[in-house]
Write a protein that binds this ligand. Sequence first.
Ligand SMILES: [Zn+2]
Length: 432
Amino acid sequence: MTGGQKTLVIRNGNLIDGSGHPTARNDAIVIEGNRIKSVGALPGDIQLADRANVEVLDAAGQWIMPGLIDAHCHVSYGYPLIKGEGKGKGTTRPEFSTLKSARSVQKVLRSGVTSISVPGGTWFTDVGVRDAIRLGLMEGPRMYVAGRMIVTYGCIEDDEPSWEGTPDHSIGKLCNTSDEMVTEVRRQGKHGVNFIKMADSRSGESQMLAREEIAAVVGEAHRRNLRVGIHSRGAGSTRAAAEAGVDWIIHADLATEADLEAVARAGMPIIPTATFLAIVIELGNKVGQEQIQIDINRMKRHYDALGVLMHKAREMGIKLLVGTDTGNNSFTPYGENHAKELEIFVKHGGFSPMEAIVAATRHNAYAVGLEGEVGEIAAGRLADIIVVNKDPIADITVLQGGRNLSWVIKDGKIIDRSPERNAMLIFQEAAE
Ligand SMILES: [Zn+2]
């Protein structure tokens, strides 16, 4: 036990342990400090009546599973938009961005998401919020973060004319040569990022990062123990990223079979991220695309291509991770859609509900640098666990929006999700 914390015992219920084993009856999960001590029969040395030292949660009739992981969640893009806040592209002030991010991640945790991978944001906001959580200043999910995305002229997030470049509040960082990219990797590494985000063209219309440039970033990042993720919708950039040895590829929807073979050979996972597209399509159909200023047909093309990609990737043995792009737009509120990607995996990608859950837990642990530590309920693992009152195998959508959660446990501690407690946090609904 650490710091006088009680031993926590989850009794009864149905265990979905994240490994892919079928749902099984749970007797006792014992948690000491921030780790799972045992799973199975209640150990003889645990005195359930010893209420001074043991806390018992009775999960009878409920489902126990690892905390969800979102492998693609932005927290410092400037959303939600807040009334009275100065308008700029995204956000205009690091201090304000940090406070808003700190609030947003608490919503994420309260919806049952205990870890997030953050592929890009403003300044080093995400590093600061990650560290505040890690040091116990505030509650929040485990965060694995990148900094501003490395881009060349014309890539996604290079939105200003060339004479403006990428201003400091931009999510992109212009680097037009390998040397500039390597310098940026070093700068971001010095400021504490976990990984480097590169980004090719917005829709894959043309390849804007050369294989040699990606390889230069990968070489420098890996020397510094940083990983590399890349936004790549196009065929050429996906193949180049695979050959350059990035750690994961985001989207890859226009990749041909031959490109995917290169990915399969190289062995990195893909994070398709269909949730954002699905939300935009649903909303666009409802309010008209002029309202949301996004080309719905383009979104539909990407969405359909991702369905094909999911099926093909499975056949080829490419691992697919579960990410949503929550926080990239005002249509994607925190805490709402982190489990929607699982529904899409099942309805559109050929996954069983159990396979989707394994992808969002055990496999997703890789995207937060905690493979073998989170994402499974087993002795020795970090105790990130949720308990839901409906069966996610019968209906995968019950995991969405935190609506069926009974408990969220992160790092061995039960998160107090009561309205009274929420009101005490920097968490007031009135602001939006
Ligand atoms: Zn994104």
